[in-house]
Design a protein around this ligand. Structure first.
Ligand code: NAP
Length: 517
């Protein structure tokens, strides 16, 4: 029988009891691992983080912790091939794997650099100016930020087992807060290997990083107001966790990055023959096919001026017909598999809901030609392009098909566009593809409040643009409403999230004595 995937608790690799959940290779269907945390003592992990990891990290200053993060990122970079190989079992092509793996250690590196440049070589951040609170100046106020005393629990989604881990871990470690990682079951073996590489590199103090492979019933019961949970996953799970007593009664710091019906908008100026028309088509195809569309930021709703729907449908379909679906690494393959057969069933169900109100422009959700693999055993799926010509369909604003699926939606003028964007109830990322500053200004002013990040793509920035779907460590990742209402990344804001802001009130000499480390 396939082995159960270990967890790292209090410095020991331990395996849960029972059969666990079988995880199969996305391409071949062969068993990869079993995931179970049954019987593991989760309270030991929490105590170890609080009692050993926290104190060890708090001994160090921000710069020393940033150096640890850099060393950790280097260790992963040195062994990235191992992570690429495992990612292929989850259906990822080499370029998909790079988005996750290189994107992960690159993000950690950027956080380390930002911390070295932007945080003091001390264990406390002095924020803002001294506020004079009395007439004579003998009584003043000052905000300071110090490391919270708890543990950061991170619960990740399956689609970015390495990037998701590192974009949360790096800021927590820099802030001096130990972390317990709980990866999603379908790709837990990739996260486990990343944690193993970090552990073998022996760069972090004991207790700074632990891993639970499997479900975590009861863990939230152990957490309180000094702890935090950073969740990434579906809106349904986010809602369940947000309602937990630890959040509602003990003020556990909880943030969620949930699902999102992100949009891209083609400007009315971007007619065929303009560079912006081509950027729009290219970006949509990229977002549909990278990681087989299993990206929280992927374009689900592609808004197009109604009179351009025909041209856009033809151009996107032509590009999609060049996509080669198949086994990662096989000749010519440009799109891999979904993470597993269950995920493909979920996507097919969502496509059925969308199709009830839209027309199918490209692809067949039930079948696809596959290179280098058996379409019967692998979780392959064709890219699916749908269309709601009159913009009347509601499903594209409600239903997330977490796969290579997008809907073209017609709009008539800015007011109609703004109304339709708002029907998504909040998104992680939106893009406007236009060279018309007036159009961009009107749309941004009306719709920025529904987005965590917005890209305006045109001939000026296209060469250097990192694209619609790529969160940047320097910028906020997260979004309002349906997107979870959380914020991650965003430069040093991500580190501040793990620090407590305290207003100190004292005389100036006393304040100086306290702040002189
Ligand atoms: P999910 O089913 O909600 O699972 C997310 C994580 O929560 C997994 O680690 C899962 O563990 C865990 N979990 C489930 N129930 C739990 C509970 N009762 N207590 C504690 N943890 C629990 O989502 P998913 O299928 O992995 O990911 C796909 C979704 O994530 C999509 O909707 C996508 O849009 C969203 N997503 C959002 C972002 C973002 O940044 N906003 C990024 C990526 C994905 P198990 O796997 O062990 O059940």
């Amino acid at each position: 029988m396939t082995d159960v995937l270990p967890s790292l608790i209090a410095g020991e690799w331990l395996t849960g009891s029972g059969e666990g959940t079988l995880v199969s290779d996305a391409v071949t269907g062969d068993p990869v691992t079993r995931v179970s945390a049954d019987g593991l003592d989760l309270s030991r992990a929490v105590e170890h983080a609080r009692g050993v990891g926290g104190p060890a990290l708090r001994e160090l200053d921000f710069h020393e912790r940033a150096a640890l993060v850099k060393a950790m990122a280097r260790a992963l970079s040195d062994r990235k091939q191992e992570l690429y190989d495992l990612s292929a079992q989850a259906g990822c092509t080499r370029s998909d794997a790079k988005v996750d793996v290189d994107g992960g250690f690159g993000t950690a590196m950027v956080f380390a650099s930002m911390a070295t440049k932007g945080l003091p070589q001390s264990r406390l951040v002095v924020e803002g100016d001294v506020e004079q609170l009395g007439r004579e100046g003998t009584f003043v106020g000052q905000h300071v930020l110090t490391s919270r005393r708890g543990v950061a629990v991170q619960i990740n989604a399956f689609n970015f087992p390495v990037w998701g881990l590192l974009e949360k871990l790096a800021p927590a470690l820099i802030a001096g807060v130990p972390t317990i990682v709980k990866p999603a079951t379908p790709t837990a073996y990739i996260a486990e290997h990343a944690v193993r590489i970090i552990q073998e590199a022996d760069v972090l103090p004991a207790g700074a990083l632990q891993l639970i492979s499997g479900s975590i019933p009861g863990l939230m019961d152990l957490l309180d107001g000094q702890d935090s949970v950073g969740f990434t996953g579906s809106a349904a799970t986010a809602a369940k966790l947000r309602g937990h007593d630890a959040v509602t009664n003990r003020s556990l710091r909880f943030t969620a990055e949930a699902d999102s019906l992100n949009c891209s908008v083609l400007g009315p100026d971007a007619v065929p023959g303009t560079p912006e028309f081509d950027y729009f088509v290219q970006a949509l195809v990229t977002e549909m096919t990278v990681k087989a569309g299993q990206k929280c930021t992927a374009i689900r709703r592609a808004f197009v001026p109604r009179d351009q729907l025909g041209d856009v449908s033809d151009a996107v379909s032509a590009r999609l017909s060049e996509v080669v679906v198949g086994a990662p690494g096989a000749d010519g393959v440009t799109m891999g598999a979904l993470v597993g057969l269950d995920q493909r069933e979920d996507v097919r169900r969502a496509v059925a809901l969308l199709s009830a109100e839209t027309e199918l422009v490209f692809g067949d959700p039930a079948s696809v030609d596959v290179v280098g693999a058996d379409s019967g055993t692998g979780a392959f799926m064709s890219p699916i392009l749908l269309r709601s010509a009159d913009g009347a369909a509601q499903a594209p604003h409600d239903v997330e098909a977490f796969g290579p699926v997008s809907t073209l939606i017609g709009f008539d003028g800015v007011d109609d566009l703004v109304d339709q964007i708002a029907r998504g109830h909040g998104s992680l990322a939106g893009s406007l593809v236009t060279h018309d500053g007036d159009f961009a200004r009107r749309v941004i002013s009306e719709t920025a409040a529904f987005h965590g990040r917005m890209l305006i793509l045109d001939r000026e920035d296209a060469d250097e643009s990192t694209g619609h779907g790529t969160p940047m460590p320097q910028l906020i990742h997260g979004g309002p409403g349906r997107a979870g209402g959380g914020e991650e990344e965003g430069g040093l804001r991500a580190v501040h999230h793990h620090l407590q802001r305290t207003a100190l009130q004292a005389g100036p000499d006393m304040l100086k004595a306290i702040l002189d480390e």
